[in-house]
Write a new protein. Structure first.
Length: 237
C-alpha cells in the first residue's frame, strides 16, 4: 500500500533522526533541515514534470534551489528515505536515479557526461553513502551499500558493497575485503602514482647521463692539462 503524504513526511524525519547525531527533535528536523525541504519540494516538482507541466515543475525546482541551495532536476527519480545532510551545493541531474535510504553530503554532484537526449546521469543503489564533494558522472551504476569517499570523482560503475576513493575513483574494498586480498592480480591501479614513478625514473636516467658526461669531460681535461676549466663546465651543466 503506497504511503500517504503524512507517512512520507514522518518516514523522512525518522531517517534524519536515525542518521544525524546532531538532530535534536522531530520538530527541529522538519522545520530547519534544508535537505528535507529540497526532497519535499522535489516530490511536487517531479509530479508536475511527469504530468507534462514542464515549466511549472522546473520553476518549482528553481524556487527550491534558491531556498535550500540544493538543485534536484524535476525529472530525477529519488527514492524513499534519502537524507541530504547540510546539502549546500548538491546537484542531481535530470536522468539520475537515487535509491532508497541513500545519504548524500554537501557539494555532491550526480552529473552527466553526454549532450545526447539519453540517460546520461548515474543510478545510485540503495543505502549508498556519498561523501562531501564527490562527483559521480555519466550513465553508471553505483551498487547498493557502497560508500563514495569525499571528493572522489567516479566515472565507472562499481559493484555493490564497494568503497571508492580518489581521482579518478578507484574501488579499494568490496564487501569488507581489500581488492589486493581478493586476488585481483596486484595493487589497485594508480595512474597518478604510476606517472610520478615514470618521471622519477626518467630524471634518474638523465642524471646518470649527465654524470657520465661530467666524468668524461674531467678525464679529458686531466689528460690535456685543462682541468682548471671544469668549474665553468660544471656550472653550465
Amino acid at each position: 500500500m503506497p504511503e500517504t503524504l503524512l507517512q512520507h513526511i514522518r518516514h523522512d524525519v525518522r531517517c534524519v533522526l536515525e542518521r544525524d547525531p546532531a538532530a535534536r527533535s522531530a520538530i527541529s528536523v522538519a522545520l530547519l533541515y534544508p535537505g528535507l525541504h529540497a526532497l519535499w519540494a522535489h516530490r511536487v516538482a517531479n509530479r508536475l514534470w511527469h504530468n507534462g507541466h514542464f515549466f511549472a515543475g522546473r520553476a518549482f525546482s528553481q524556487f527550491s534551489r534558491f531556498w535550500t541551495q540544493i538543485e534536484i532536476h524535476p525529472g530525477a527519480t529519488v527514492g524513499s528515505g534519502v537524507f541530504i545532510d547540510h546539502g549546500s551545493g548538491v546537484v542531481i541531474g535530470e536522468t539520475a536515479i537515487v535509491g532508497d535510504d541513500v545519504t548524500i553530503y554537501q557539494g555532491v554532484t550526480l552529473g552527466g557526461t553526454s549532450l545526447e537526449h539519453v540517460k546520461r546521469h548515474p543510478t545510485i543503489g540503495d543505502r549508498v553513502i556519498i561523501g562531501s564533494g564527490a562527483k559521480v558522472l555519466g550513465d553508471i551504476t553505483i551498487g547498493s551499500d557502497s560508500r563514495i569517499g569525499a571528493n572522489a570523482v567516479v566515472t565507472k560503475s562499481v559493484p555493490a558493497h564497494s568503497v571508492v576513493v580518489g581521482v579518478p575513483g578507484q574501488v579499494i574494498r568490496i564487501a569488507g575485503q581489500d581488492i589486493a586480498a581478493r586476488g585481483s592480480g596486484g595493487s589497485v591501479p594508480d595512474p597518478v602514482g604510476n606517472a610520478v614513478h615514470e618521471l622519477l625514473a626518467r630524471v634518474s636516467r638523465i642524471e646518470g647521463h649527465v654524470l657520465g658526461l661530467q666524468a668524461g669531460l674531467h678525464t679529458h681535461a686531466e689528460s690535456d692539462g685543462t682541468d682548471w676549466m671544469m668549474d665553468d663546465v660544471d656550472f653550465v651543466i
